[in-house]
Write a protein that binds this ligand. Structure first.
Ligand code: RFL
Ligand code: PHB
Length: 390
């Protein structure tokens, strides 16, 4: 049994926790990161791919901007497709901004390398992490690691432990309000070392369900198919995936798709979720621990980074200047952005996925896409949300 005092105890070493740790470290604030999984497990999770300008800028500020500047793919537009129609949304022309394609696996690696170089404390394989005394003069976080009980006493706990973590559940039910929408579908993702279908991402709406053509590099593609909640990865051998993908894309795209063996395949259910408030006493939630968006808008990681940017600044003010005002505003400041991202992610999902068998809904969807095709105002609205609201 050991007991230790730190300023900030961060739960979770996903992008939110690792980034917060970097920003605090650079500000000279002592922190420790406790992660349930092994480092290898966290590093192997294939997830986000699209970064807003603000997220790229935050990587730079955290001292890990060099590789994304070299290897990130800057995309100035995205494509929507339905039937044989293709519509390019010119992000640059409509907003002056672009997005960067760079995998979450690479972000995790860059942040971990920076933590290693700085000698930061990122503790993996922490079991039974438990939070206590959140409303007392010092919070307490305990866990078991390699058979040893460890306790941390801290000024603040940052709950960056994702949707399934313990932090959010440490807020009493009477204080916590949760808002949720569950969709009757999931995304089946496939990663392959094949050249991408096109130069830009293609979001395809089809009677058989949504499909997305994305990428990680000029030689590595990432594709997604809308599937039912009963779908299992074993039911989707590669050949079935490639066949289904081709059927959901305009023929001129489908006919040129280069297929190949998958490197990874996984299914994620779609969900919209927000927990309010983001603060309870000495606990502050950030990232997926507080909110989930369906991946259609590519907002999850970007939202996690904007939470953490606010949180780092607020913690620095509280711990260095004794000024708690930014911490008091933290929840409301973040929730304003979170709900806008929830709205956009819900809208983009509803406009492109088959969510029920209703014929009326299918016709509305078609009208939505045709309205977009004919209206610069509608395209600007999509574009400004996609590149990230200020
Ligand atoms: P994470 O990444 O879930 O990390 C949380 C960490 O906490 C650990 N943990 C615990 N540690 C200690 N004790 C406990 N009791 C713990 N419980 C959990 C976990 O092991 C984990 O390491 O949350 P974080 O850091 O908030 O990051 C959020 C992002 O990962 C997520 O929002 C994005 O991946 C969402 N997302 C996308 N976001 C984008 O911005 N752009 C995209 O293009 C994009 N594409 C996607 C996505 C998510 C997807 N899936 C699989 C859900 C595509 C997909 C398919
Ligand atoms: C991805 O490349 O993983 C990706 C791209 C765009 C999205 C979601 C995921 O909207």
């Amino acid at each position: 049994m050991s007991e230790e005092r730190v300023a900030v105890c961060i739960i979770g070493a996903g992008p939110a926790g690792l980034m917060l740790g970097r920003l605090l470290d650079l500000a000279g604030i002592e922190c420790v990161i406790l992660e349930r999984q092994s480092r290898e497990h966290v590093a192997a999770r294939i997830r986000a791919g699209v970064l807003e300008h603000g997220s790229v800028a935050l990587l730079e500020r955290a001292g890990v901007g060099a590789r994304i500047a070299r290897e990130g793919l800057v995309h100035e537009g995205i494509e929507l497709a339905w039937g044989e129609r293709r519509l390019r949304i010119d992000l640059r022309a409509l907003t002056g901004r672009a997005v960067t394609i760079y995998g979450q696996t690479e972000i995790t690696r860059d942040l971990n390398d920076a933590h290693d170089a700085a000698g930061a404390r990122v503790l993996y394989e922490c079991e039974d992490v438990a939070l206590g005394e959140l409303e007392g003069p010092l919070a307490q976080v305990s866990c078991r690691r390699h058979g040893r009980e460890e306790t941390f006493r801290c000024d603040f706990v940052a709950g960056c432990d994702g949707y399934h973590g313990v932090s959010r559940r440490s807020i009493p039910p009477g204080v916590r309000r949760e808002y949720e929408r569950v969709y009757p579908v999931g995304w089946l993702g496939l990663l392959a070392d094949t050249p991408p279908a096109a130069d830009e991402l293609i979001y395809a709406s089809h009677a058989r369900g949504f499909a997305l053509c994305s990428m990680r590099s000029p030689g590595r593609s990432r594709y997604y198919l809308q599937v039912g909640l009963e779908a299992r990865v074993e039911d989707w051998p590669d050949a079935r995936f490639w066949d289904e993908l081709r059927r959901r894309l305009p023929a001129e795209v489908g006919d040129t798709i280069a297929s190949g063996p998958s490197i990874e395949k996984s299914i994620a259910p779609l969900r919209s979720f927000v927990a309010e408030p983001l603060r309870h006493g000495r606990l502050l939630l950030a990232g997926d621990a507080a909110h989930i968006v369906p991946p259609t808008g590519a907002k999850g990681l970007n939202l996690a980074f904007s939470d953490v940017r606010e949180l780092a600044a607020a913690l620095v003010r509280a711990l260095k200047d004794g000024d708690d005002r930014a911490l008091e505003d933290y929840s409301a400041t973040c929730l304003a952005r979170i709900w806008k991202a929830e709205r956009f992610s819900w809208w983009f999902t509803a406009a492109t996925h088959r969510l029920d068998d209703e014929r009326f809904g299918a016709r509305l969807q078609q009208a939505e896409l045709e309205y977009l095709a004919g209206s610069t105002a509608a395209q600007t609205s999509l574009a400004e949300n996609y590149v990230g609201l200020p």
